[in-house]
Design a protein around this ligand. Structure first.
Ligand code: ADP
Ligand code: MG
Length: 630
């Protein structure tokens, strides 16, 4: 292999942009660079330990995995060294010189161009390695990948502007050494007490020892040579007893393990002993990460699998169902074989048990949060509710538990806020009411304005208003909750007799009275409708559309059509409010053509209210104008 000569490369344009922003704006929390570097070192040690399972020679001769921190006041340098996996030349270019990393890309995508807001964003996302340039005017990184010979080590140097230099060097030790040449005003980091303090605050939970030279205060005459001490707790946080851990410990660990920059909303830490043993530490994030595309269910990250303290892989997709993909944390199994592959994980019985155990833990955590900290639960719901809803459809075994966690807007709620639970609803049900009523539509406004809910509103019966895309699909699986039927008010015949307040004899009379109007409308509209009925839903509007009980809601049909799917086109059923002036007018109009125009208007209005686009908007306007002009 030819040794590459020294070269100078430009950062990718985007990296340059990030560097500029970072160095100018991270001042208020500049010490985070230390946390970032320690976190990277810890990741590198984890990776080495994993690769060494298959290739023990990688750690032979140096099995003491650790991080060292040292500083030199005279040279104004701060050095972090790890004996982890290291990087090849290509990896250095890939990881440190380009924007390929998702974190940076995500960060850039979130930039607003407004300097003040962008500064805040940096605090929210962090930018890993680049944060070194907040305090350093130049950084040197020397690294040797554990499986490469000493002569193939790499030195990377940059002052964090637009270029970096690369060189091939010889380095007998594997791993990575990063030397920061501190800016003149950053003296505070050349201080043993300060560094220990920061490690204690941000990195105590790191599972590997972080070592520093022991500070000696006026102990003249000692000649025992330099004494090194470990300055962090140096044991995997999840292995420590709960009563020993403070909230800050859990929070700091979350940020490291999940590569997150928000605060965790809640967590649950458990040890299971039995036919198999494992420890789990699960977190609910506060913010949805930018790359958590809710539709991209395959890209899942943030739940790390350890086996007997050894980091194996990010295995979220095997350890939790898709609808809990927002969960972050670690699982440490005592029983799985160290050489597990993704294929094994997929079929392993122990993994299946862990998965159902973790599902239960997560639902327990959500239950507790909803009961004890409704404010926090509301935050969770607004960020992840749409994801959890998938579970109500997919997880048959836990359906009732998930249903309990759902929140909706309602005719008795506060505007569009999704705050009403099914239990809230049941608690307010009217005497004689045995059904939970809801309506699905494309958006909250369409749901709350849908004519189908009028009769229920008039009887003071609550209706849940569902305006999210997933709702119609989810409700297809949710027919009952706590022994109560769930019923879409826009579907099938609505029987409200049990809700009292209606005089049955009168209703029959009204039906009979409406018959001539209905017959006439049927003739006038012909094949445009499947049926015309007198409505029990309408009190104010003239007309509305209904579908059969097991038919797809019209807005879902439209969505599927727009997505290019084949959906059968069936004529709708039109319900009319026989008492409405417009309906009366259609009924009394002697001129057949004019009557047809009014009937068509009744149908078109119902379509508009339901959210559909009209086939013939120009015709609609003409009909409308003719009617108004009389
Ligand atoms: P992140 O840790 O979020 O990936 P960073 O900017 O902190 O982002 O690091 C970028 C990448 O550089 C890491 O993903 C890793 O591949 C590599 N890297 C950084 N520090 C080290 C190190 N000490 N040892 C090995 N690789 C490292
Ligand atoms: Mg990092």
């Amino acid at each position: 292999m030819t040794v590459q000569a020294a070269e100078t490369r430009r950062f990718e344009a985007e990296v340059e942009q990030v560097l500029k922003l970072v160095t100018h704006s991270l001042y208020s929390h500049k010490e985070i660079f230390l946390r970032e570097l320690v976190s990277n070192a810890s990741d590198a040690l984890d990776k080495l330990r994993f690769e060494a399972i298959a290739k023990p020679e990688l750690t032979a001769g140096d099995t003491d995995l650790h991080v060292e921190i040292a500083f030199d006041k005279a040279a104004r340098t701060l050095t972090l060294r790890d004996n982890g996996i290291g990087m090849s030349r290509e990896e250095v270019i890939e990881n440190i010189g380009t924007i390929a990393r998702s974190g940076t890309r995500r960060f850039l995508e979130s930039l607003t161009g407004d300097a003040r807001k962008d500064t805040q964003l940096i605090g929210q996302f962090g930018v890993g390695f680049y944060s070194t340039f907040v305090v350093a005017d130049s950084v040197t990184l020397v690294t040797r990948r554990a499986d490469l010979p000493a002569e193939q080590a790499v030195r990377w140097t940059s002052n964090g502007t637009s270029e970096y230099a690369l060189d091939t060097v010889t380095e007998t030790r594997r791993g990575t050494t990063i030397t920061l040449h501190l800016k003149p005003e950053e003296d505070e980091f050349l201080d043993s007490w300060k560094l220990r303090n920061l490690i204690g605050k941000y990195s105590d939970h790191i599972a590997f020892p972080i070592r520093m030279l022991k500070e000696k205060f006026g102990e003249e005459g000692e000649s025992s040579g330099p004494e090194i001490e470990t300055i962090n707790h140096a044991s995997a946080l999840w292995t420590r007893p709960k009563n020993e851990l403070k909230d800050e410990d859990y929070t700091a660990f979350y940020k490291h393990a999940a590569h997150a920059y928000d605060e965790p909303l809640a967590w649950t830490h458990n040890r299971v002993e039995g036919n198999q043993s494992y420890t789990s530490l699960l977190y609910l994030p506060t913010q949805a990460p930018f790359d958590m595309a809710f539709s991209g269910r395959d890209e899942r990250k943030g739940l790390k699998l350890y086996i007997r303290r050894v980091f194996i892989m990010d295995a979220s997709e095997h350890l939790l169902p898709a609808y809990l993909r927002f969960v972050r944390g670690v699982i440490d199994s005592d029983d799985l074989p160290l050489n597990v592959s993704r294929e094994i994980l997929q079929e392993n019985k122990l993994v299946a048990q862990i998965r159902s155990g973790l599902t239960k833990r997560t639902l327990d955590l959500l239950d507790t949060l909803a009961a004890d900290q409704p404010e926090k639960y509301a935050t969770f719901w607004s960020n992840f509710g749409a994801v959890l809803k998938e579970g109500a459809a997919e997880d048959h075994a836990n359906r009732e538990r998930i249903a309990k966690l759902l929140r909706f807007a309602s005719t008795k709620g506060e505007g569009s806020a999704a705050k009403v639970s099914l239990d809230d609803y049941i608690g307010r049900m009217k005497d004689g009411q045995d059904t939970i009523y809801y309506v699905t539509a494309d958006g909250f406004a369409a749901a709350s304005g849908s004519p189908q809910i009028e009769a229920l509103k008039a009887r003071d019966v609550e209706v849940l208003l569902m305006g999210e895309r997933i709702d119609e699909w989810m409700m297809g699986y949710l027919h009952e909750y706590a022994g109560k039927k769930l019923r879409n008010v826009a579907k099938g015949e609505l029987d409200l007799t049990k809700l009292g307040s209606v005089d049955e004899a009168k209703e029959k009379e009204a039906d009979a009275a409406a018959k001539p109007v209905i017959d006439r409308l049927k003739t006038l509209l012909g094949a445009k409708v499947k049926d015309v009925r007198a409505s029990k839903r309408l009190t104010e509007s003239a007309s509305c559309l209904v579908v059969d009980e097991y038919d797809m809601a019209p807005h879902l049909k439209r969505m599927l059509k727009a997505a290019g799917q084949d959906v059968p086109d069936a004529a709708p059923t039109l319900e009319i409010n026989a008492n409405h002036a417009l309906v009366q007018r259609a009924s009394n109009e002697a001129d057949e053509d004019r009557a047809r125009e009014i009937a068509t208007l009744l149908l078109e209005q119902a379509q508009l209210l339901e959210g559909a686009a009209l086939d013939d908007p120009a015709g609609f306007v003409k009909r409308m104008n003719a009617l108004i002009a009389g």
